[in-house]
Design a protein around this ligand. Structure first.
Ligand SMILES: NC(=O)c1ccc[n+]([C@@H]2O[C@H](COP(=O)([O-])OP(=O)(O)OC[C@H]3O[C@@H](n4cnc5c(N)ncnc54)[C@H](OP(=O)(O)O)[C@@H]3O)[C@@H](O)[C@H]2O)c1
Length: 228
């Protein structure tokens, strides 16, 4: 596992699960939050917290300096204009974080969403949220960094490992997935060679056997290189 890992959004619900998984593996963890001062519980577990807002990028350089891995999972605003429009977090924020990464970055894991390639979905009525999420994905895929784009379906708080998980490509499905499973996928994607260059959707599926993450990643076809 690469170390340190910066979790942008690591004080959120899925983010905290990722942080816990990383700490359990002995990884040095940094968390970016707009309210780092309130994350005393994370600091007490040895996490370095950084006060930063991805929308303007201030504070990101220190959080990303020398990081070997990044997980980006930021909840967007849904306004049609102003600082809480989705563009600021789902696109500009991604670009700001990519710009602050060191050239030696070994893995960038972006948490996106299903529906991103379905612009007629009602989510897009909120400040073109889906269009901007897709633009953020495109920025990661074009960054030159080894990446994985994870597109969860509807998030639940079920414990991980209860049911099978189905990974898909093509963004045609619908369903749900637990935050714990998304966290596990992100953590494994940070170190799995099979996950490099993958964009996939995630669904819980009681009809399939639980498989190791490496096998799930390897089962997905690799994407063509950008422009290739
Ligand atoms: N809910 C769903 O069904 C669903 C489905 C698919 C994908 N997703 C996506 O999955 C991810 C994880 O979801 P979740 O429910 O676990 O998220 P969450 O608990 O709402 O946490 C999201 C984090 O985003 C951070 N954040 C928001 N704006 C920020 C900014 N301007 N700068 C820095 N950090 C900012 C917040 O950090 P601070 O408040 O600490 O600053 C928060 O910790 C999100 O990206 C979400 O959009 C959700």
């Amino acid at each position: 596992m690469t170390s340190p890992v910066t979790v942008v959004g690591g004080a959120g619900r899925t983010g905290r699960l990722i942080v816990a998984d990383l700490l359990a593996q002995g990884v040095e963890v940094r968390v970016v939050s707009r309210r780092a001062g309130r994350a005393a519980d994370l600091r007490s577990r040895g996490v370095a917290t950084f006060d930063a807002d991805v929308r303007d990028g201030r504070g990101l350089d220190a959080a990303l300096a020398g990081s070997a891995g990044v997980v980006y999972l930021v909840e967007p605003g849904t306004a049609n204009s102003g600082p809480d429009r989705p563009e600021t977090t789902l696109y500009q924020g991604v670009r700001n974080v990519l710009a602050a990464c060191s050239p030696q970055l070994e893995r960038f894991v972006l948490v996106s969403s299903i529906y991103v390639t379905r612009p007629d979905h009602y989510f897009n009525e909120w400040g073109r949220l889906l269009d901007w999420r897709l633009r953020g994905e495109d920025a990661v895929r074009a960054s030159g960094f080894p990446y994985t784009v994870v597109r969860p379906s509807w998030l639940t708080d079920e414990p991980a490992g209860r049911a099978g998980v189905r990974l898909e490509r093509g963004d045609r499905g619908d369903g749900k997935i637990s935050r714990s499973d998304v966290a596990q996928a992100c953590v494994h994607a940070l170190s799995s060679p099979a996950a490099v260059g993958l964009t996939f959707e995630m669904y819980t599926d009681p009809g399939v056997a639980r498989e190791p993450w490496e096998a799930l990643f390897a089962g997905l076809a690799k994407e063509p290189a950008p422009g290739g």
